[in-house]
Ligand binder design. Structure first.
Ligand code: DI6
Ligand code: FE
Length: 398
């Protein structure tokens, strides 16, 4: 069995309690998994003859994980950006038939292949910053056929690049115009049957929803989650982004993997999430781009012991961001995370938000050999610099 040894690296292993970075380390890889993490001076005899690559003192972290994106979509919404700069709010634009529905129209008009071609440059931007796992949601098709088309495009992206794609079924993102005023019918005729069809085709890794005044109520999301439970699919939720409807508590009570956004979360919600092990996925790109004023309650999340992940939320309406490094910087500058929390948020905690903690997110024996090597000295530099990409390379051993 061929072994490969990476030497002379500063290691940010991201295991709980490990030092921020440790010099003089070696990492050994065998059969696609990490098999050895040791000080270079103490290599076991059986590793001394392994094929070796000297990384010249560079920093090694787990490959990054973008655990919340809407990477597959048609068109753009630069026009709405202009309208918001002139004073319209995101909610006003959505209620006037713009917003998610305008991207829905562009997405319905495109084929699966066209959606893949449109998404590839965004995926490549993530990969260029060290991403090896990306979550991609449906939610701009809003018919059974168009939702499945988006999910197939997401799976196809995972075959076109060396990246793990994890899909979420987000038909409960908006009510399409043909169901205006008939939300329950939309749930019964599109969301639930679409979930079944997508699940039957192996296209769905988790079920998501948008719990908000302009989208779905907690009771309606409850219906979606009940169906997911029947199919054995994990759930997650866009919650407390623009208002507090108690979505995070609902998500926690259903054992959700994550509740995401959370600007308007209260302390009870933070505690419920911590108790359920539901990860708080913070999305500073959306907060920044929508020029929100209320930041998520980071102190309450810390006090409750809620796990915190960071993601780009890459989407055309509220977060046209395809830089996880900038999301990390914004998590620090806008939300007050430490650089260590921010790095954990795109590695260990992002893995937890996808239910993949046993496979990825830290550098320790048994985990997948999915690594990022950076031309920086201190891991805090990854959050500190703006608009600069210090990635040396990704290492993905299959
Ligand atoms: N919250 C968001 O920020 C994105 N979806 C969601 O539920 C925005 C999606 C869009 O505006 O296109
Ligand atoms: Fe989102």
């Amino acid at each position: 069995m061929p072994r490969k040894l990476f030497t002379d690296l500063r290691l940010a292993a991201m295991t709980p309690g490990s030092p921020a970075a440790r010099g003089g380390m070696a990492v050994g890889v065998e059969a696609g998994r990490i098999a050895l993490v040791a000080p270079q001076a103490m290599l076991p005899a059986e590793w001394q003859l392994a094929e070796t690559e000297d990384l010249g003192g560079r920093l090694m972290t787990p490959a990054l994980i973008d655990c919340h994106t809407h990477l597959v979509f048609g068109g753009h919404r630069a026009n709405e950006f202009r309208m918001r700069l002139e004073g319209a709010s995101y909610e006003e634009i959505a209620r006037a038939g713009g917003g998610i529905v305008s991207t829905m129209k562009a997405t319905r008009a495109m084929s699966e292949d066209e959606l893949v071609v449109a998404a590839l440059p965004r995926l490549d931007a993530l990969i260029a910053e060290g991403v090896a796992t990306v979550e991609i949601k449906s939610g701009y098709g809003l018919t059974v056929a168009d939702e499945l088309k988006m999910l197939r495009a997401a799976r196809a992206l995972g075959r076109q690049r060396r990246v793990r794609v994890v899909t979420s079924f987000l038909a409960a993102h908006a009510v399409p115009p043909e169901y205006k005023g008939r939300t329950e019918a939309y749930l019964g005729e599109v969301v639930l049957p679409g979930m079944e069809a997508g699940h039957a085709d192996g296209l769905i890794d988790a079920v998501d929803g948008f719990c908000e005044g302009i989208a779905f109520s907690p009771a309606q999301i409850g219906r979606v989650f009940d169906h997911a439970r029947k199919l054995g699919l994990p759930v997650k939720l866009h919650a407390e982004q623009l208002s507090n409807l108690g979505g995070a508590r609902l998500a926690a009570s259903c054992g959700a993997l994550s509740a995401d956004h959370l600007e308007h979360l209260d302390e009870a919600g933070a505690r419920a999430m911590a108790a359920a092990g539901t990860v708080a996925v913070l999305l500073p790109g959306a907060y920044y781009f929508l020029r929100e004023r209320q930041a998520p309650p980071v102190a309450a999340l810390r006090a409750a012991g809620t796990r915190i992940a960071i993601a780009t939320d890459c989407n055309p309406g509220s977060s046209p961001l395809s830089s996880p490094l900038l999301a990390m910087n914004m998590a620090c500058t806008l939300f007050g995370l430490t650089p260590e929390e921010s790095l954990a948020g795109v590695t260990r905690e992002a893995a937890a938000a996808l239910g993949l903690s046993a496979e990825i997110g830290t550098i320790e024996p048994g985990k997948r050999a999915e690594l990022a090597v950076w031309d920086v000295e201190d891991p805090a530099e990854l959050s500190y610099r703006i608009g600069f990409n210090p990635l040396h390379r990704r290492i993905i051993e299959a």
